[in-house]
Ligand binder design. Structure first.
Ligand code: BDR
Ligand code: CA
Length: 313
């Protein structure tokens, strides 16, 4: 079976990092490149973290840095969730290579142009790079097969009652992506809040004993510490769902829906509004993930992290 060629775009971030650990371990995915965006922390920090994660997991692909800010909105970060470095917790290896001279949208364009097969984009942060790529290189849109993204939520938000963080940080970018016509799978809060890794699962991962497993267990502990204080029973590893969806789509339940992004408003800025009752009579523009087999998801994480102990990466 041929591998799915993907580009990872994110703002690591604990759950971005775990999503990349998962993607790199899967023999179903072929990571062609990585782009950083600002979101959980500044672009300098997310880019440095991206390179440190690559060093940890032995991933050697081109990495490019995104811009300093969202398209129009004021920059916003999440140190309360991910710490001051944007990836606090265990000590990580220093980068073993440097970023490309190209900026993130240009690297996406280069990789898409060079690829013989259409590419799947896997954004797990604000959609600034993806929107800029689509605006700058419209002639390459037809070579994007699918966007499997983490962001939004059609029932509730996490940063405001209505908005999820990634969409709220850059609502205009999200609006461009949802209007692009490219097939989208949306791993929003509807599903990712169910993708909980419980403390007993941390121990399963730690017990695998390889260096990646030990770091992932410590990331989970750090990430859970914040979530525990606000009532979670486990760590919601949001971003890994966008990757798991490509590896084991059968774990997911979904609905095809027409989704719009609210870019303004006093209360609903950054909300992803799904037309459940087909009021607009529009074709669905997104497969919205609504449920996940949690235990199957955790087993997948464990199985994938186990490979770092078996293969010289
Ligand atoms: C999203 O926000 C970030 O803090 C996480 O990395 C994830 O992408 C969840 O709302
Ligand atoms: Ca993220």
């Amino acid at each position: 079976m041929s591998k799915i060629p993907i580009i990872l775009d994110g703002d690591p971030g604990h759950d971005d990092a775990m999503a990349w650990v998962l993607a790199n371990a899967s023999d179903k995915l072929d990571i062609r490149g990585i782009t950083s965006c600002c979101g959980n922390s500044t672009i300098e920090k997310t880019t440095y973290n991206a390179l440190r994660v690559c060093a940890l997991i032995g991933l050697k692909v081109p990495v490019a840095k995104g811009g300093k800010r969202p398209l129009l909105a004021e920059p916003m970060n999440a140190p309360s969730v991910h710490g001051e470095s944007g990836l606090d917790g265990p000590e990580l290896p220093e980068p073993v290579f440097d970023i490309e001279d190209l900026d993130a949208p240009s690297l996406i364009a280069k990789l898409v142009e060079e690829s013989e097969e259409p590419i799947t984009l896997v954004p797990t942060g604000p959609l600034t790079n993806i929107a800029t790529f689509l605006l700058t290189y419209p002639e390459l849109k037809h070579k994007i097969k699918h966007i499997s993204m983490m962001g939004g939520g059609v029932q509730f938000g996490n940063w405001t009652p209505a908005a999820e963080f990634n969409i709220l940080v850059d609502p205009e970018a999200a609006d461009i992506v949802f209007k692009s016509g490219i097939p989208i799978t949306m791993a929003g809060l509807d599903v990712t809040e169910q993708a909980l890794i419980f403390p007993e699962d941390f121990e399963r991962i730690r017990a695998l004993g390889n260096p990646v497993a030990i770091i992932v267990a410590e990331w989970l502990e750090f990430f859970y510490e914040f979530h525990r204080t606000i009532g979670y029973a486990g760590a919601p590893v949001h971003d890994a769902v966008a990757v798991a969806n490509l590896i084991m789509p059968d774990l997911m339940e979904s609905r095809d829906l027409y989704v719009q992004v609210e870019t303004t408003g006093d209360f609903c800025k950054g909300a992803t509004i799904a037309d459940f009752n087909n009021k607009y009579e529009k074709e669905p523009n997104a497969k919205v993930l609504m449920g996940i087999d949690r235990e199957g998801f955790v087993d997948l994480m464990v199985d994938m992290i186990r490979t770092y102990g078996e293969v010289a990466k």
